[in-house]
Design a protein around this ligand. Structure first.
Ligand SMILES: [Zn+2]
Length: 474
């Protein structure tokens, strides 16, 4: 005991005698949008010391030692790094999804792309290989230079049913198998448990049964792990809320949500943690309106751009037929997507009006949904569905952090990690201004922004910045 105390005293003395060793960066004369929903505060300063926020308040009250680097940024806006609470990482090469592409390098490339777009943390939805635990360990041990991760490991998929990454998730069909699978994931150290209950618009004859979902939820709760579920049908959403599910990874899309569901969710504190509005809309468009926007093109590989600009995608969306690996069913789902988008937007609006707890999540990562880029589309769609820009930002920052139970991120407050996005223009005046990214900090580290990025190419191969954008909305 005595030795330990002495060690701690020596450490404290060393720390006290070396203040000059601290790495301090100051953003001064900025407008702070702190992510809690509190009013924006002009003429503020944010001090980052060794990756943490050590002061946020009026510039007039700023006191820093002589020699400290102070960036005077009048006219700029600072908000917390965005958190995307539904992503998949490491599974793509251009537009091809395959478990064989999943490795640490591909995961980290995605996490850097997220950070470039100001998304400084992501929650992965049950399609991770075990190397994710090494990645997460290193991110949590130090001051990362890419997005932080929260992982569901390998999520729960029904045998013969929908979900997961083909070749990775081990399907289950009984409550016993479900409990064993949850135990295995808990032993690996997952942050939460994901399950899929869907039959892709009745095109797959098997759907996870309610006894299996109940077993997953009960077993996860024994491990003190939250459960979040991919749902599509209103009836499944209601049953899962009754069973005690903690959150939904998508909004209900088969029909309008009703008061019975929203009342139950409020009573039980169930989260609509991701609504994936930006996921639904990509499948309704044969040609993506942002296909030549540098905010988009900088963050995706040249192979992705070539494929998206070619005739195959247009044909697939127009004719509606695609085939998924491992499933013997050809799916004609694109034809239904226009209706789905409208239903998703209406149901999201209903959740907000009812006062259900909501986060922000995109389902980006798989083909056609783009890391980082989709988060900005999602925020814009939240506002289209009736939220204020302030509430949309809150959903993607402090609300998502509250769901994750992580008190160290999600708002600009003293003691939290300095995960910050600096913007040239006011996102409260127009939510699309979240794209005017001037700087991104992860744990106080300045990382390349999307405007300094050119994924899969030399950095000077991309042109076009926020100031060069098309004056018409895209
Ligand atoms: Zn997903």
């Amino acid at each position: 005991m005595r030795g330990l105390k002495l060690g701690a005293m020596v450490a404290a003395l060393v720390a006290a005698s070396l203040p000059a060793m601290a790495e301090t960066t100051v953003l001064n004369h900025v407008t702070v949008i702190d992510g809690t929903g509190a009013a924006a505060k002009p003429d503020s300063a944010v001090v980052m010391t060794d990756g943490k926020i050590t002061y946020v308040g009026p510039s007039a009250g700023l006191k820093v030692p002589q020699g400290t680097r102070v960036a005077d940024l009048p006219g700029k806006f600072v908000m917390p790094g965005l958190i995307d609470s539904h992503v998949h990482v490491g599974m793509m090469r251009d537009v091809t999804q395959d478990v064989k592409f999943y490795d640490r390098a591909n995961v980290e490339a995605d996490l850097k792309t997220y950070a470039a777009y100001g998304v400084t943390a992501v929650q992965v939805a049950g399609t991770d290989k075990d190397v994710i635990f090494d990645v997460r360990k290193d991110l949590r041990a130090g001051r990362p230079k890419m997005a932080r991760i929260f992982t569901s490991g390998q999520g729960m998929v029904a045998k013969g049913g929908y979900g997961g990454l083909y070749g990775l998730n081990v399907p289950i069909s009984t409550p016993e198998e479900a409990r064993k699978s949850v135990d295995e994931q808990a032993a690996k150290g997952v942050d939460l448990i994901k399950l899929w209950i869907d039959d892709e618009r009745k095109m797959i004859p098997v759907k996870m049964s309610y006894p299996v979902t109940k077993a997953i939820i009960d077993q996860a709760h024994k491990h003190k792990l939250k459960v979040w579920a991919h749902v599509y049908y209103l009836a499944d959403a209601k049953e899962l809320v009754r069973q005690g599910v903690d959150g939904f990874a998508h909004i209900v899309r088969d029909q309008a949500v009703d008061k019975e569901l929203t009342d139950m969710m409020k009573a039980k504190g169930t989260w609509q943690i991701a609504s994936t509005l930006s996921r639904e809309i990509v499948y309704s468009m044969a040609v993506m309106p942002w296909i030549n926007d540098p905010f988009f093109t900088r963050g995706v590989t040249p192979g992705t751009l070539t494929a998206l600009r070619g005739p195959a995608r247009e044909k697939a969306v127009m004719l509606g037929a695609i085939r998924f690996p491992g499933l013997p069913y050809e799916k004609r789902l694109f034809a239904d997507m226009g209706r789905t988008v409208v239903q998703a937007m209406d149901n999201y609006e209903a959740m907000i009006k009812a006062g259900v707890k909501t986060g922000m999540g995109t389902d980006s990562g798989p083909n056609g949904r783009f890391p980082g880029f989709n988060a900005h589309e999602e925020l814009a769609m939240e506002v289209m569905a009736g939220r204020t820009p302030m509430d949309a930002i809150k959903s993607a920052t402090s609300d998502n952090a509250a769901w994750l139970g992580d008190k160290s991120i999600g708002s600009i407050q003293t003691g939290k990690w300095a995960d910050l996005v600096v913007l040239d223009e006011d996102p409260l005046a127009d939510i699309r201004n979240t794209k005017s990214i001037s700087a991104v900090y992860v744990a106080g580290n300045s990382v390349p922004t999307v405007w300094q990025t050119c994924r899969g190419r030399p950095s000077n191969a991309c042109t076009g910045g926020w100031k060069d954008r098309s004056p018409t909305p895209y």
